[in-house]
Design a protein around this ligand. Structure first.
Ligand SMILES: *[C@@H]1O[C@H](CO)[C@@H](O)[C@H](O)[C@H]1NC(C)=O
Ligand SMILES: *[C@@H]1O[C@H](CO)[C@@H](O)[C@H](O)[C@H]1NC(C)=O
Ligand SMILES: *[C@@H]1O[C@H](CO)[C@@H](O)[C@H](O)[C@H]1NC(C)=O
Ligand SMILES: *[C@@H]1O[C@H](CO)[C@@H](O)[C@H](O)[C@H]1NC(C)=O
Ligand SMILES: *[C@@H]1O[C@H](CO)[C@@H](O)[C@H](O)[C@H]1NC(C)=O
Ligand SMILES: *[C@@H]1O[C@H](CO)[C@@H](O)[C@H](O)[C@H]1NC(C)=O
Ligand SMILES: CC(=O)N[C@H]1CO[C@H](CO)[C@@H](O)[C@@H]1O
Length: 607
């Protein structure tokens, strides 16, 4: 079997080398990668873009994972210099990322009012939960919605889920006072209360709000209070809500990490209808305890018309401990009979124990995708638990260190038409092209003209290449005679989706230039010209003011002169002189008079 597998990977690798012309591409079962010899966060840079992309290591791969969907990560961690929501293709190549959304959580795709949106949270996550905003970008990556929690509260990172009712459910952590005597604490203690809200996305108003401390006993928590709860600065995080789903009946399914249970909440009264797992589990476990012994779980979702629940279980209770290995759970839940049964369990072949975060998604293909949260890994299983694809986006050597991670790992279809132009770089006789977020380009066409300022129809095709990875390389053929080149991106139908800037190519020089340089230079020139322009305007105004001032003093001088002499009163009155509109002619004539009569003497005395 190993021989057979090796051949398969060699073939995969060969295919990869031939199809990916510029990206480093993915690794396959790389010891170097997993030992951290390729870096704490293996990454790749590109010629045509300043973006830094990830490099993944496939530990296992099957064409049964090739469903055309994209992997959505919210990449962050101490080794990730540019955290951001991130989309990868089936080969592990970068498709899109955006800087400036820090720290990103829970990148997902939803259809909202008929349109596709990328959705995620970004904000301050320093305290283990967060204070930030919820973002929705459309297919051109324009930010269409930026929503916060309602009622003056701050939106937490753990959930941003769009419901079947086209509303959003989000989580909130709020510091409030609570009587902690049941936990041997102060009567006027402090807790991090766990809330969730259902929001109207357009108005940002809360349609429903629920608060854990009103419905759960503190004694149901598995997390120790010791060291917290005594002061407002150190509230006790007793509940730790981390997912919210809404069903067709208008009720909610929530997950509480520190009570190790799922709860079903009445959508009208907020009453807890049932609890699954934890100290007050209400279900009969038909799997002998294996369905209800969940712990520190995440991402609970109703599936199969609400007859089943999927979740990511055992984000172990402390630092990674091989004794408690994370598992995906697919549970049959009978809400009438109040029974629960394990339909499937999903185990990572490398026994990953994730102490936090994680996700489980049922895919349309029938496969199950698990994201390992605190650990940079995702695994795709067949529905009955066979491992199909096992992928790391950080070395195993560093697992559980928080150096590279993604809150959830999810797969969705996505079509992106960025508003930017594609980026081109030229190095010697080689061109490179990339277009952050453009999913529909299938072919890159190298085009040339003989002069700048040519119209689109004057460009002639020099060569073309199928799009490969994030960045595609196209050599300029030796017989090319066009001095100016650009690259256009074509979709499957052959329509042009966008063209790069035109660069000048000089075969006698080994030049290195990219559209980013040109844009930077343009920006510099723009800055130069705008600075020059504003300086000129300033000087003109200053000169005008100076002349006016000079004028004013001159007039004053003249008036005083006249007043002392009296003989000019016949020509100009005091009133006229005091008026601003006084004519230059009069002034001029006065000056002339003064000069003619050599009457400057008395003025010197006045100074
Ligand atoms: C709890 O779950 C684990 C993993 O599924 C299982 O091996 C174990 O037997 C369960 N414990 C009990 C008490 O049922
Ligand atoms: C889902 O279940 C409800 C009743 O529980 C039933 O009326 C409905 O037809 C089911 N829908 C599907 C798609 O199976
Ligand atoms: C493993 O699970 C047990 C409960 O079965 C729990 O008491 C223990 O703290 C867990 N260990 C870790 C390291 O999470
Ligand atoms: C994973 O754990 C199982 C038992 O829990 C063990 O048999 C297996 O060897 C472990 N695998 C690895 C890769 O450590
Ligand atoms: C580029 O190609 C031309 C021929 O078209 C050749 O003369 C030149 O040396 C090449 N330049 C580099 C940097 O390879
Ligand atoms: C062209 O320049 C690049 C870097 O600027 C260099 O890596 C490359 O070797 C040069 N090629 C030739 C043919 O001189
Ligand atoms: C697989 C595994 O280790 N499961 C553990 C998950 O957590 C529960 C509750 O703490 C344990 O009972 C299981 O053994």
């Amino acid at each position: 079997m190993p021989g057979h597998l090796n051949l398969r990977y060699v073939l995969c690798l060969a295919v990869l080398i031939f199809s990916v012309l510029a990206d480093v591409g993915a690794y396959y079962r790389s010891d170097e990668y997993e030992k951290g010899e390729l870096g704490e966060w293996p990454q790749q840079t590109y010629h045509s873009s300043k973006i830094v992309g990830p490099v993944v290591d496939f530990l296992q791969r099957s064409d049964r994972c090739d469903d055309g969907l994209y992997t959505m990560l919210s990449l962050r961690g101490s080794r990730v210099p540019s955290p951001g929501p991130m989309i990868l293709d089936g080969e592990g190549n970068l498709v899109w990322t955006a800087e400036g959304y820090v720290q990103p959580y829970a990148l997902s795709k939803y259809i909202y009012k008929g349109n596709d949106y990328l959705t995620f949270w970004a904000g301050n996550d320093a305290i283990g939960h967060g204070e930030g905003m919820y973002y929705m970008l459309d297919s051109s990556y324009e930010q269409v919605f930026k929503v916060g929690a309602a009622n003056g509260l701050r939106g937490d990172l753990h959930e941003f889920h769009i419901t079947r009712d086209e509303t959003a459910v989000i989580t909130i952590y709020e510091v409030v006072q609570a009587d902690l005597t049941s936990m041997y604490g102060p009567a006027e203690g402090w807790i991090w209360d766990g809330l969730f809200q259902e929001l109207d996305i357009e108005t940002g108003e809360a349609l429903f709000q629920w608060r854990a401390s009103e419905h759960f006993d503190f004694t149901e928590a598995y997390v120790a209070r010791v060291g917290s709860g005594e002061s407002e600065n150190r509230p006790w995080d007793f509940f730790h809500i981390n997912s919210v789903d809404k069903d067709s009946k208008g009720n909610y399914l929530i997950s509480t990490r520190y009570m190790s249970c799922l709860a079903y909440i009445d959508g009208k009264t907020g009453e807890v209808i049932w609890k699954l797992g934890g100290k007050k589990n209400m279900f009969q476990d038909l799997s002998g305890g294996t369905a209800t012994n969940i712990s520190w779980q995440h991402h609970a979702r109703f599936v199969d018309n609400e007859t089943a629940i999927t979740l990511f279980d055992n984000a172990s209770r402390g630092r990674a401990d091989p004794e408690n290995i994370s598992r995906g759970l697919y549970l049959d839940v009978d809400q009438e009979r109040m029974t629960v049964k394990v339909r499937h369990e999903y185990w990572n072949p490398h026994n990953i124990s994730s102490q936090s975060q994680g996700s489980l998604q049922l895919l349309d293909s029938g496969n199950v995708l698990i994201g390992y949260g605190a650990n940079p890994a995702w695994t795709e299983f067949s529905v009955d638990g066979e491992v199909l694809c096992d992928v790391h986006f950080g070395p195993q050597f560093n697992f559980d260190t928080g150096e590279v991670l993604s809150y959830r790992a999810l797969k969705y279809s996505w079509v992106g038409f960025p508003k930017t132009d594609p980026d081109i770089a030229l190095q010697g006789n080689t061109t490179y092209v990339s277009w952050n977020g453009a999913t529909e380009v299938t072919t890159w066409v190298l085009e040339g003209v003989d002069s700048t300022g040519a119209g689109d129809d004057e460009y002639l095709t020099i060569d073309s290449r199928p799009k490969a990875g994030f960045e595609t390389e196209i050599p300029i053929p030796p017989d090319n005679e066009h001095r100016f080149i650009r690259i256009s991106g074509l979709d499957a139908k052959g329509d042009i989706l966008g063209s790069t800037l035109t660069l000048e190519w000089d075969p006698s020089h080994n030049t290195t230039i990219s559209s980013l340089d040109v844009q930077a230079t343009n920006t510099k020139w723009l800055m130069f010209f705008s600075t020059a322009f504003s300086t000129t305007i300033f000087l003109v105004i200053a000169w005008w003011a100076y002349v006016r001032l000079l004028d004013h003093f001159r007039r004053q001088r003249k008036r005083k002169q006249k007043l002392s002499r009296g003989d000019l009163h016949d020509f100009v009155t005091d009133e006229e002189l005091s008026e601003d509109e006084i004519g230059d002619n009069v002034e001029f004539s006065l000056l002339q008079n003064a000069d003619i009569h050599h009457e400057i003497g008395p003025l010197d005395e006045l100074r």
